[in-house]
Design a protein around this ligand. Sequence first.
Ligand SMILES: Nc1ncnc2c1ncn2[C@@H]1O[C@H](COP(=O)(O)OP(=O)(O)OP(=O)(O)O)[C@@H](O)[C@H]1O
Ligand SMILES: [Mg+2]
Length: 347
Amino acid sequence: MGIRLEKLVVKFGDFKALNEVTLQIPKGKLVSLLGPSGSGKSTTLFTISGIHKPHSGKIYFGDRDVTGLEPEELGIGLVFQNYALYPHMTVRENILFPLKNLKWDKAEAEKRALEVAKIVKIESQLDKKPAQLSGGQQQRVAIARALAKKPDILLLDEPLSNLDTKLRVETRQEIRRIQKETGVTAIFVTHDQEEAMSISDEIVLMKDGAIQQVSSPSDIYMNPVNKFVASFIGSPEMNFINLECKEGTSIIDSLIIENLPKNKSKVILGVRAEDFEVADKGLKTKVVTVEILGRERLLTLDHNGIKYKMLVDKEFFIDEGAELIIKPKTGKSYVFDAESEEFITKC
Ligand SMILES: Nc1ncnc2c1ncn2[C@@H]1O[C@H](COP(=O)(O)OP(=O)(O)OP(=O)(O)O)[C@@H](O)[C@H]1O
Ligand SMILES: [Mg+2]
């Protein structure tokens, strides 16, 4: 079942936590809500799940207007950060719990519990208590419990944040597999851009209660609509260079940048760390640190007190303290308006 939000406004007192959020989530897709702390991700999820009531705007599940309904009336599966399994119950009892509440026939419920336990690959652990499971296993039980009642919609709020890095990566792949296998429409909240990039069909990037961009992972990386999106997506963060320009040309050190918007006197140039190259003429920088990342080396460079990040091949050897002249690769930089910070063009 698809989800549609129309001009959703959520207020806490006078504070607008969501400011006219309009969003369409297609049936069977996994969409991530991504953004910094306080941007309104959880508020969006809680409002969709009926826990918060919107001040104005509409929520549709398919064609059904569900605005203002209570969580129990919505039949959605919810998974939260602290997986909140009942510690005194076994895994089996945890998964059966929502079905008992819904007064499922006992044999049917047992059958369903085993079915979802198999989907999340926890069927050999059914008689254990949560404390006897690893964090990743507990998380999968929480997902099984949410899936048990066959929801059309699964909402997950930072479900992996209690797990260590390796388990996070494994569990997010599991979530994606389960989501595809069951065909459930899923909204996945995270503040981790890499996590969002790796599992989503679409990413919804939020800031201050408003949507900045909705795009596929590759598109949001390649075509950010503004400086905020460009800086939030990608690691290391995009470099930004403030340029003064005249007639579409800007000169810093011996670097001449052309094809800038002719009607602007100031722009911001965004350059990803992989899009700088060593040059004869360019920005004169000093190498501050060299970090070995494995396949690549990450240089931190100082240019008149401003730090830039540059990724180079692992065979590129340079000492800290050395001088390095660099320039952005042609056609790879992003030009943003200095005032509105909106994307203008590439150059
Ligand atoms: N119950 C509440 N009462 C008052 N203000 C709230 C309430 N819940 C959230 N807020 C405020 O609304 C804004 C959005 O909060 P929300 O929890 O949606 O952020 P978030 O994007 O999920 O952040 P995080 O990544 O930290 O979880 C914040 O400024 C927060 O302080
Ligand atoms: Mg949150």
